[in-house]
Design a protein around this ligand. Structure first.
Ligand code: GDP
Ligand code: PGA
Ligand code: MN
Ligand code: MN
Length: 623
């Protein structure tokens, strides 16, 4: 990945803002920047070039402001720790809005707002919201600049943390700007932390290390293809290329244009016979995407390489296959649970040039979080900035503490990571965090059953969004917080891929999180998930045996490679158990949920529910 380093320019003094067009030849872009500046009243406007010099200048400035703490350069070169406000640690789904013209186009799973009314509200909160601050203009590309699946955007923001993070997570700067100037369409994205340095009566007020506002708006206008985010500096709310553009706006674009924007990792698997497979997998936030994308197989001869860990854009290709890119350029990963034993690839990747948010600080100026090492340090400063010892009642790192790091630093990054035309997807996996019911792995017998599998994901809620951790919730396609339109239409769009893609991927369900009665995980997970990937790849090439169950095909006896693995037979039995009574309840829950989608629920989904019910009735299934 290369980013060109050139043009940068600063325009200062509020009076000039009306006149300045900025360093762009694009009249629409400069008019928009002027319009936002006139609304938000920053002291200065800086056009960002995405260069290393810019990154260094902004990080130094944030160190001076107390936003970033430089880590020990010997232990963690080029790296920083940010501590957010304790109220600004996750995505805020209750303040995330889809403002389609008609309420029914947003659907029952989204917070809908009438676009005109929302625009008026936003104009109110953004008025003067950047006073005393600098407004940065960040042109960016999602996907390789100019690629056939890529898209452009411009984020304006008053948060240098957002600028630096966008610089890691997307392809920002000069080449993206050049593509916009050449006439490509772009998505405007406005972001303000909502903490002007001038109070309501015009008095100056001091800045704080992590400015934000209790009032938050994460607003999307899918028809106008426009994003407005207010009040938060946290990743998913503030790095607008990610969830806001690449999922919510892009899913709506994809529906109109015949492609898919998905909450999916993409990985490349190479078998011992050097056969290559590309897999995409959707799991809800904090349910194992980054870990699977960087998995180090325990099975000899198998190799896994990383293409993406969070988002996939997939389009029918000229070859009749579904072709996927990772639109991002970096990883915004969950720190807790990432350790040398679980994810050594990620640990290597994090050795330098990382921005950590809400992890703990060690006494020698390095970082630590729960699960990073076997031993717990005797003393830490926790994510709130307070002294911490192993006796402290709260975790040292926030459960949703994150790292932000360039994909190019990932030791397992695939050679086709940057391929503009994407990779051909052989299989799609759906999964969630389920302590019961859902087997370790199943295969859908056909596309329609596969779409049902995606639609029926439920998962125990994690710390990635506000809400009660552990509570089971429906999260179809792991897109509940991210679908930019009606979920019933979304299912129909997935079903319609059968008419658009000649060689459809096979669809599988996985669940690494099933637990025994004693609460422990039944499956070792992490690197051992390569055993499940092996069965999936063998199914793709037609060499692995499967057995039918009412909920899909499962590995036939002996087909799942368990060589050298110490999982008790009883646990294995439980990992694949399909309890008819529990499943009957599961289907009741699902039917009640699907009923919310009314006549927008495709008939095939209801038929799939009936098919599973019939199967459960026909066979008293035990395994
Ligand atoms: P993502 O947010 O979907 O990318 O999820 P991550 O890969 O960051 O994982 C979220 C959390 O789940 C981390 O604490 C991981 O350690 C944990 N996790 C990931 N994969 C597995 C697995 O196979 N088994 C178990 N038990 N935990 C896992
Ligand atoms: P995750 O990404 O899926 O890696 O947790 C952030 C999010 O979904 O909020
Ligand atoms: Mn995500
Ligand atoms: Mn992740």
């Amino acid at each position: 990945m290369t980013i060109e380093l050139t043009r940068e320019s600063t325009v200062t003094a509020t009076d000039d803002l009306q006149l300045s067009t900025g360093p762009t030849s694009d009249p629409a872009l400069s008019a928009w920047v002027r319009e936002i500046a006139a609304l938000t009243r920053p002291d200065a406007v800086v056009w960002c070039d995405g260069s290393r010099a810019e990154h260094d200048r902004l990080t130094a400035q944030m160190v001076a402001a107390g936003t970033l703490i430089p880590l020990n350069p010997t232990l963690r070169p080029g790296s920083f720790l940010a501590r957010s406000a304790p109220t600004d640690v996750a995505r805020v789904e209750s303040r995330t809005f889809i403002a389609s013209h008609r309420r029914e186009d947003a659907g029952p799973t989204n917070n809908w707002r009438e676009p005109g009314a929302l625009r008026e509200e936003l104009a109110g909160v953004f008025a003067g919201s950047m006073r005393g601050r600098t407004m940065y203009v960040v042109p960016f590309s999602m996907g390789p600049v100019g690629g056939p699946i890529s898209q452009l955007g411009v984020q304006v923001t008053d948060s240098p943390y957002a600028v630096v993070s966008m610089g890691i997570m997307t392809r920002t700067g000069t080449s993206a700007l050049a593509a916009i100037e050449a006439g490509a369409p772009w998505v405007p994205a406005v972001h303000s932390v909502g903490y002007p340095l001038v109070d309501a009566v015009g008095r100056a007020r001091a800045d704080v290390p992590w400015p934000c506002n209790d009032l938050k708006y994460i607003a999307h206008f899918p028809e106008a293809r426009e994003i407005w985010s207010f009040g938060s500096g946290y990743g998913g709310n503030a790095l607008l290329g990610k969830k806001c553009f690449a999922l919510r706006i892009a899913s709506a674009m994809g529906r109109q244009e015949g492609w898919l924007a998905e909450h999916m990792l993409v990985l490349k698997v190479t078998s011992p016979e050097s056969k290559v497979f590309h897999l995409a997998a959707a799991f809800p936030s904090a349910c194992g995407k980054t870990n699977l994308a960087m998995l180090r197989p325990t099975l000899p001869g198998w190799r896994v390489e990383t293409i993406g860990d969070d988002i996939a854009w997939m389009r029918p290709g000229p070859d009749g296959r579904l072709r996927a890119i990772n639109p991002e350029a970096g990883f915004f990963g969950v720190a807790p649970g990432t350790g040398w034993s679980t994810n050594p690839t990620a640990m290597q990747m994090l050795s330098q040039d990382v921005i950590f948010t809400n992890v703990a600080l060690t006494d020698d100026g390095d970082v630590w979080w729960e699960g990073m090492t076997e031993e717990t340090p005797e003393h830490l400063v926790d994510w709130r900035g307070e002294d911490w010892t192993p006796d402290s009642p709260t975790p040292a790192a926030h459960p949703n503490a994150r790292f932000t790091v360039a994909a190019s630093q990932c030791p397992s990054i695939a050679d086709d990571f940057d391929a503009p035309e994407g990779v051909a997807i052989d299989a799609v996996l759906f999964g969630g965090r389920r302590r019961s019911n859902v087997p370790l792995v199943t295969q859908a017998p056909d596309w329609s059953a596969g779409v049902f599998l995606g639609a029926s994901i439920s998962s125990e809620q994690t710390a990635a969004a506000e809400g009660t951790v552990g509570e089971l919730r429906h999260d179809p396609f792991a897109m509940l917080p991210f679908a930019g339109y009606h979920m019933g239409d979304y299912f129909a769009h997935w079903l319609s891929m059968a008419d658009r893609v000649e060689h459809l991927p096979q669809v599988f369900g996985v669940n690494w999180f099933r637990r025994g009665d004693d609460g422990r995980f039944l499956w070792p997970g992490f690197g051992e998930n390569s055993r499940v990937l092996e069965w999936i790849c063998r199914r793709l090439e037609g060499t692995a045996a499967a057995e039918e169950t009412p909920v899909g095909l499962v590995p036939a006896a002996g087909a799942l490679n368990l060589d050298g693995l110490d999982v008790p037979a009883a646990d294995l039995q439980e990992l694949f158990a399909v309890d008819p009574a529990a499943w009957s309840q599961e289907l009741d829950r699902l039917e009640a949920y699907f009923a919310r989608f009314g006549d927008r629920l495709p008939a095939q989904i209801g038929q799939s529910v009936d098919r599973v019910r019939d199967g459960l009735r026909a066979a008293r299934w035990t395994r």
